[in-house]
Ligand binder design. Structure first.
Ligand code: AQP
Length: 343
């Protein structure tokens, strides 16, 4: 059976982008794959995290996984720092990956920004740890949002170089799984920036734990433009996606429409047909109702789970034990291949 690995960082309030770009897709994969879903707390500390908040944030991601429909009996849910294989393999990959490869990573450039000299070394080698997360389990498929595609390509490069350098077929070449509508959800305040946990504006994102009033008010205040809603004429020749120039001209409008399409489960073409020529005020009302209907039950279940931290911690402990059993022979194999004495 093919194996899935994916992770979410416990860096703050989980939002609609994390849900539509990642967590929602994790749920459906359980029927066809052996799934390992990780709360990547070691990735989180590549930028400063308040130690008092890291554990509650870790539980929040685990709660979001379970509340969204990931079954901890079948799938493995755990936090990364409980399984030492991630750090061990990441060191080996630090010695396989090339500086030139990491220098090309756009996420580092975006996150480090003008503070490059002051960024942590961990942030720079973040993609090597991500490769270790995936390959410690020899996962074959990785569901990610569009924004993580470049890191996944680096994982493939590391696997290929490791196999070539050591003349082995130890690691599989992983495939990204990128899903349908709204794989990149943008900020509600600026349609050119991705919706993100670390955006200082609460109004830039819909949190999974937001109540109905907050969801409605954030959508009501979402940035739009003075026009009416576009129709199917905005579609590209493939009839499926929005044409690039049209999207660039009205990023906020298309972001809200693609959120509607993703939450309703209908295509962008049908959504454009439905709202062609409508006023934003009417559309926003429908989007708010749909968002509350889809996210409300998940948020309530998350709150219920987070009120029982012992239960969530037990799920994470059990998952870590099961994950460690899968990773142990892979680490042993890597030690032997590299030539470490005492393997
Ligand atoms: N805006 C987004 N649209 C679609 N998918 C998204 N993801 C994140 N933001 C969006 C997907 O969520 C998964 C988990 O992301 P992460 O928490 O590991 O890291 P991130 O991509 O850095 O997420 P954030 O929210 O932007 O966090 P911060 O602010 O801490 O950096 C990934 O699969 C990602 O693609």
């Amino acid at each position: 059976m093919s194996r899935i690995f994916s992770g979410v960082q416990p860096t703050g309030d989980l939002h609609l982008g994390n849900y539509l770009g990642a967590i929602r897709n994790f749920v459906g994969l359980q029927a066809d794959f052996e799934c390992i879903y990780c709360v990547v707390d070691m990735h989180a500390i590549t930028v400063w995290q308040d130690p008092k908040q890291l554990a509650p944030h870790t539980r929040e991601v685990a709660a979001a996984f379970i509340a969204s429909g990931i079954d901890p009996e079948n799938s493995i849910i755990f936090n990364q720092s409980q399984v030492t294989a991630h750090a061990e393999l990441a060191w080996v990959f630090n010695c396989v990956a090339r500086m030139g490869w990491l220098n090309r990573m756009t996420q580092f450039k975006e996150k480090a920004g003008k503070q490059r000299e002051n960024a942590s070394v961990g942030l720079y080698v973040y993609p090597n740890l991500m490769a270790a997360d995936i390959l410690a389990y020899k996962a074959t498929h990785v569901p990610v949002g569009e924004d993580q595609k470049q890191h996944l390509e680096l994982t493939r490069d590391i696997a290929i170089k490791f196999n070539n350098d050591f003349e082995t077929d130890c690691f599989p070449v992983v495939e990204p799984l990128i899903f349908g509508e709204a794989t990149r959800v943008m900020s509600l305040r600026d349609g050119t920036k991705k919706m993100s946990k670390s955006d200082p504006s609460e109004y830039s994102r819909i949190n999974l734990t937001d109540g109905a009033d907050d969801i409605a008010s954030k959508i009501r205040k979402a940035k739009t433009d003075p026009g009416e809603l576009p129709g199917p004429e905005a579609l590209a020749a493939d009839g499926l996606h929005v044409e690039g120039e049209a999207e660039k001209a009205r990023p906020e409008a298309f972001n809200l429409l693609s959120i509607y399409a993703a939450l309703s489960g209908q295509s962008m073409a049908v959504t454009l047909e439905q709202f062609a020529g409508a006023q934003f005020s009417a559309f926003k009302g429908e989007l708010a109702d749909l968002s509350v209907a889809k996210l409300g039950p998940i948020g309530e279940e998350m709150q219920r789970l987070m009120a029982s931290p012992d239960h969530v911690d037990a799920v994470l402990r059990d998952g870590a034990e099961r994950a460690a059993v899968i990773a142990a022979p892979v680490i042993k194999e890597v030690h032997e291949i590299v030539g470490f004495l005492g393997s």
